[in-house]
Design a protein around this ligand. Structure first.
Ligand SMILES: [Fe+2]
Ligand SMILES: [Fe+2]
Length: 148
């Protein structure tokens, strides 16, 4: 699976597409910073704080994005809204599991940081390029009916 942003993931709603893409850029930056700090032999206490901050950001970003996106599902994917909310809920649970798992680690190294990047991006890209695409279809249906 390709873990980079691709325009084919777009759903056609600017704010949603922007958020989908921003997460990729932000995670790239945060992971690179972490690796740089690990390379500089920063102490584990500092690295742990950095990892915690990253996950506080990710939790907030996921939550904020999902809540906003659900407003668009209510408009363009009304029948699928309840199901999509459930999917968002389970994605948050998986993110939280990854988060609590890493919070309990004694030592954070580059391999773990790379693994975190893959885990989070996989969650995001699978959902963005998969289940979120119903928004694109809903939007197109709306436009075809001329009542967007
Ligand atoms: Fe989304
Ligand atoms: Fe979604």
């Amino acid at each position: 699976m390709q873990l980079e942003w691709d325009d084919s993931y777009k759903v056609g709603i600017d704010v949603i597409d922007k958020q989908h893409k921003v997460l990729f850029d932000r995670i790239e930056k945060m992971i690179n910073n972490l690796k740089m700090d690990l390379g500089a032999n920063a102490d584990q206490a500092l690295i742990k704080t950095e990892v915690e901050d990253m996950f506080y950001f990710l939790t907030d970003y996921f939550n904020t994005h999902f809540a906003l996106e659900e407003k668009y599902h209510a408009k363009y994917n009304k029948d699928g809204l309840a199901e999509h909310k459930e999917i968002h809920k389970s994605l948050m649970e998986v993110l939280n599991e990854i988060k609590y798992d890493v919070f309990l680690k004694d030592n954070i190294d580059k391999a773990l940081v790379n693994e975190l990047k893959t885990q989070v991006l996989t969650l995001w890209v699978t959902h963005t390029g998969g289940e979120d695409q119903v928004l694109k279809e809903g939007l197109q249906r709306h436009q075809a009916e001329g009542d967007n």
